[in-house]
Design a protein. Sequence first.
Length: 168
Amino acid sequence: MAQLIQNQSAAVDTWQTLELAEGDTPESIALPAGNLIVPLAVWQARQGELAGREQLGLLLQPADRVEDVAADLKRFAIIAVNFPKFVDGRGYSTASLIRQRYGYTGELRAVGDVLHDQLFFMRRVGFNSFALKDGKNISYALEAGFTTFSDAYQGATSEPQPFFRRRA
């Protein structure tokens, strides 16, 4: 089970992520009770059934288009963006679009191959929750992950003003 960092502190994960196994279809997969994060395909196929849930989350894969669900983003208490491999950076662009273009203010969680040396950059594009890859040291991630650099020159989601504007 992944260890969770939320708002730069260790946290307990109360969400269950629904995963489509081989042979499962978005239309037929069982929907468990409780706080549930569903893949985009399940949301699109069963939107009417899922819309009545109080606590619902959305899981976006690297190939999923945020534009396809932009009108529904405010319905989700959490949006999880999957990083299937360390070298796949499409999730950074997805997070930036969700925060900056579509104005999502809820929990934005990085999941998958999430390592401590990505946390600083993930926070800059808007992530506020991180499910560390299994086997990683959460204490070390909290200690070193957000202090990679003391400041950044460029503006970002976490700090829109560039450094030269902040120091003036």
